[in-house]
Design a protein around this ligand. Structure first.
Ligand code: ACO
Length: 364
């Protein structure tokens, strides 16, 4: 029995290799650092989906189809925006995806990406009492997502930074949400169902829900001078420090630095990079001292929080923006799982009582 499944290999994949010992992430033969600096999100969708859809168009045409799909998604979702009033934005996003017709086609896959971006942006506007804005099919996915969410035209540096973020987090091996997506796919449930399964797992604070609380932590610490005392008290209360530790990486998560690099391309006035770096140093020092048996280092979520804040994304929307990117990976994994022709069905070790007479239950 292996409760966390860490020693279980449950799939073969051509999509990515997560080398936790050395801190490398290779996505279909390219390092994440390389992709983050040179590729667009549309280029990475193409990279991930190649070989999984027969009719996959070239990157330029894929970008155009994604743009058109955003316009269609906006028309379809607009009548329902008012009903999206759950407590968290991930619940709203999950509900919005349910309005999308399920299926196994490339169109369904593109619709999932489009619906997620449109809903995330619309909800960001509604949260500040503004009307949702229609997409512009000519823009890149990253630029349009920022423009729809903020109501202003993003600078090329801002669009490029969000693009680098979407590229960096699009795919990451058999993490909890990808496994959930693959399980749904293995039953032939459809791509939208697989994406919703992935979203449901991503939502939790130990997975994709970490970046919002990371900003809460930066706010609570306030300045580097207060960091040491605050960190000690949090650890004494038995709290986990969000943005640190990873199931696979025993060293620094390479995506943390890819995002830091993207952040450095923004004007120095954007965000709180130097505060975050100072607090990170304090936390790493303290974790090494307090948890010597477990190597805990910075994970992707720490600089996700800092970068998305600098781009003006509301912290309540961070996990949704993560999902907007990871849908590309979930869909590739869903297609790969389907092609393995095997339903995922592990076993459980029964530790309950032995069989008894059901009639005796009437006394209860
Ligand atoms: N802060 C303080 N202590 C920690 C942290 C942390 N961030 N992470 C792990 N530990 C400690 C725990 O105290 C644990 O000891 P315990 O069992 O006595 O409580 C010990 O290290 C081992 O922890 P595990 O739970 O075995 O580590 P695991 O590999 O299962 O968990 C996880 C990984 C969930 C990411 C964990 O490190 C964590 O909770 N981190 C904070 C949340 C976070 O940043 N999540 C985002 C991850 S990246 C992503 O999902 C995209």
């Amino acid at each position: 029995m292996d409760a966390g499944l860490e020693k279980v290999i449950a799939a073969e994949t051509v999509l990515s290799e997560v080398d936790g010992k050395n801190g490398h992430l290779v996505i279909r033969g390219y390092t994440v650092e390389d992709l983050a600096q040179t590729e667009t999100f549309e280029g990475v969708i193409h990279l991930l989906w190649s070989g999984f859809f027969e009719n996959l168009p070239a990157v330029k045409d894929l970008r155009a189809r994604l743009g058109e799909a955003r316009v269609t998604a906006f028309e379809k979702l607009a009548p329902h925006f008012g009903a999206l009033n759950h407590d968290t934005e991930m619940e709203n996003l999950r509900t919005a995806l349910s309005f999308t017709q399920d299926g196994h086609s490339l169109n369904t896959a593109i619709s999932a990406l489009a619906a997620a971006a449109v809903c995330t942006a619309a909800r960001a506007r509604m949260a500040v009492q503004r009307a949702p804005l229609a997409p512009d099919a000519r823009k890149s996915h990253a630029e349009d997502l920022l423009a729809m969410a903020s109501g202003t035209r993003p600078t090329p540096e801002q669009s490029r930074a969000l693009d680098a973020y979407l590229v960096t987090v699009a795919e990451h091996g058999l993490n909890a949400s990808t496994f959930a997506a693959r399980i749904a796919a293995s039953t032939r449930a459809g791509l939208i169902s697989s994406v919703i399964a992935g979203m449901s797992a991503l939502k939790g604070p130990l997975h994709g829900g970490a970046p919002g609380p990371i900003l809460d932590m930066l706010d609570a610490i306030g300045s580097i001078d207060h960091a040491e005392a605050w960190i000690s008290e949090a650890l004494e209360r038995g709290e986990r420090l969000m943005g640190f530790g990873h199931r696979v990486y025993q060293v620094r998560d390479p995506r943390a630095d890819a995002l830091k690099r993207a952040m450095r391309r923004l004007p120095r006035s954007a965000g709180r990079l130097s505060l975050a770096e100072g607090i990170e140093t304090g936390i790493l020092k303290k974790l090494a001292k307090e948890k010597p048996d477990r190597k805990l280092d910075t994970n992707v979520e720490y600089y996700t929080a800092v970068l998305l804040e600098a781009l003006g994304v509301r912290r309540q929307s961070f996990t949704c923006v993560f999902a907007c990117a990871r849908i590309a990976g979930w869909i590739a994994h869903a297609q790969e799982q389907i092609s393995s022709h095997r339903i995922v069905r592990p076993s459980a070790l029964y530790i309950g009582p032995a069989a008894q007479r059901a009639a005796d239950r009437s006394n209860h």
